[in-house]
Each structure stands twice: as C-alpha cells, then as structure tokens.
Design a protein around this ligand. Structure first.
Ligand code: SF4
Length: 327
C-alpha cells in the first residue's frame, strides 16, 4: 500500500514535478515522442458515459454536484435506470462511434441486492454488444469485483481525484487508503483499472505531481487514466474556482504520458471549455481518448457537433473537402 515517505514514491513525484515545470514545447515534444513509440497516434478512443443513478450521494466530494452534502446545487435526484434501457443506450452509443460504455452510479459503495444484480445484467448486455464495459460504483468488496469480472466487465473506474497531501481538503467521508483498497480488489479480480483525477481544485503543482506518482507507482500502471479539469458547479464548495487554462491540461496529460507510456490517457471533464486547437494539443501530448456525448454524468461535455468538427479537422484531407485554398 502507498507510503508517501517511501523513497521511490518521492523520486517519482520529483520527476513528475520536474516534467510539469518543463518548458511547454520541450515537454510536448518529449510526450509526443513517447506516445508515438507506444501507440498509434491516429487511435483516439471514443467512450460514452451514462449516469445510471444520479444525485443523493452520501460522500462529500467538494467538486461534485451529486453529493447530498451540497444542498444548494438543487440537482434533480434520479432513480436507478433499468438494465434494458441502459443496454439500448449503449447500442445507440456504439452506432454513434463509441467503443467503450461507462456507467456511473452516485453511490458510496456497492451493496449486494437487486441493484447490483441489475448492474451485472447491464455489464453482460454491454459486453454482448462487443463494447468495452466500465462502471464506477464507489467502493467495493472482493466478491463484487469477482462477480463484475464474471459478467464481462472490462474496467472499473475509481479516481484518486488528487494527490494524497491535498486529498482531505476535497473529501472527508473516505480516505485515500479506502480508494487504494478498492483499486486493489479490482485488480485482484483481473479487471483493468481506470483511475485518474481532477486539476483546478486549488491544488499545487506538487499535489498534481504526487497524484501522478501514485498512479505511476501501480505495477502494472493503470490501463486508463482520465484527466479532468474542474467544472466549478454553482452550489458546490468549489463553485468559485477559476477554470484552468488548456495549457495546464496539456502539461498534465504530457506528464502522465511520459510516466505511464502504455496507458490510455483520457481527456475528460472540462473539455467543453477548450477550443478545438486546445484539444488537438492535448492529443499531441498523448491523450488518446475522449468522452463522447453532450453530458458527462451531470456535467456538460463538448457537444457532438463540435466533436464531429474535431474529428473532421483531425482526418486526412480528401479532394472532396475544402482546404480553404482559393480555386
Ligand atoms: S464524486 Fe462520486 S462519490 Fe463523490 S459525491 Fe460525487 S458521486 Fe459521490
């Protein structure tokens, strides 16, 4: 389990911090080189994310509008989706180009019973569509992880959110150790790990570096690392935080890419605030996945129309497409 006074952890955090502080063009070049040595640079996975149970969460995550602690948010609590509806939405997401379907429930932890059985049915249904299935359900026990694996789950998302030293300024209802324990159970069951965090919550560069050092300390590295930019939601304790600029995201993605060369790094929440050019820089830095669709759980995402323009801009130029050159 993590020891933040451990020499190896400190060395990795120092390296991560040095990378985060590197001049942008040098960092970008190094990350792009690493990315191209380990991935097809044209491969940008589209994942779709659905909230299957929204709001009323007993946890107190300061950034999250779904927490029952943040009463001023006024989020409409929604009931649990039924599996057939979820599987139908997954099918539609696949038709729209998604390869991975992620399902999130605003729970503190997984409980045995009808809702967990319904989750297993959803996972089986998504798996049968030949899509990667991912869930985020809070903390779980080893037998839950084994059942999810048996149902065909590809990945379990459980974010660290931030570095260990800053963590208790953001979450008071569960510990860093709780998070690491859940990740341990996930990996022990043979499910891949999707684990990342959020920048822009008031943390220092050192906190960002330490979060990346924890992730890079997993052996093997997490298969998937989502990097989110805070969306300051009115009514949450972080509502007054300014939005980060895209270069901070580029630096974070580039550093994650260098530290974890084979991981799929996901450009996640906050993308709606970035221009198409900002997002292209993120891909250059090593991001190779986006969430596709107008909403990310309860937060706005880049609209589908702008994503079509993004992929159009990234694709090869055919004769049929105008280059803006005079004829
Ligand atoms: S981030 Fe997850 S665990 Fe935290 S309050 Fe929101 S739904 Fe609950």
């Amino acid at each position: 389990m993590l020891d933040i006074s451990d020499q190896k952890f400190l060395e990795t955090a120092d390296r991560a911090e040095a990378l985060l502080r590197t001049s942008l063009l040098t960092l970008l070049h190094k990350a792009a080189e690493t990315h191209r040595n380990h991935h097809d640079p044209e491969d940008i996975q589209r994942a779709s994310l659905l909230s299957i149970k929204t709001g009323g969460c007993p946890e107190d995550c300061a950034y999250c509008p779904q927490s029952a602690h943040h009463k001023e948010v006024g989020l409409q609590k929604e009931h649990f989706f039924d599996p057939d509806t979820v599987i139908d939405l997954a099918r539609k997401a696949k038709q729209a180009g998604a390869e991975r379907f992620c399902m999130g429930a605003a729970w503190r932890k997984v409980r045995d019973g009808a809702e967990f059985d319904a989750i297993l049915k959803m996972v089986r249904g998504v798996h049968a569509l030949d899509m990667e299935a991912c869930v985020t359900l809070g903390m779980l026990q080893p037998h839950h992880a084994r059942a999810l694996k048996q149902a065909g789950l590809t990945a379990y998302n459980h974010n660290l959110d931030t570095g260990p030293a800053f963590y208790n300024k953001i979450i008071g209802t569960r510990t860093y150790r709780d998070r690491l324990e859940t990740l341990h159970h996930v990996r022990a069951a043979g499910i891949t790990i999707c684990c990342g965090g959020i920048i822009g919550m008031g943390e220092t560069l050192r906190d960002r570096a330490e979060m990346l050092a924890v992730l890079a300390g997993f052996d093997p590295h997490p298969e998937s690392v989502p990097i989110n930019a805070l969306i300051p939601v009115p009514g949450t304790p972080l509502s007054n935080r300014p939005r980060i600029n895209a270069f901070e995201m580029v630096r974070m993605i580039a550093t994650a890419r260098i530290l974890m060369p084979k991981t799929r790094v996901r450009l996640s929440a906050g993308r709606d605030g970035f221009s198409l050019s900002d997002q292209v820089l993120c891909f250059m830095a090593g991001a190779n996945s986006i969430f596709y669709g107008d909403e990310l759980l309860t937060a706005p995402n880049a609209p589908l129309s702008s994503d079509s323009a993004l992929f159009e801009a990234l694709s090869a130029v055919s004769d049929a497409r105008s280059t803006g050159q005079p004829e």
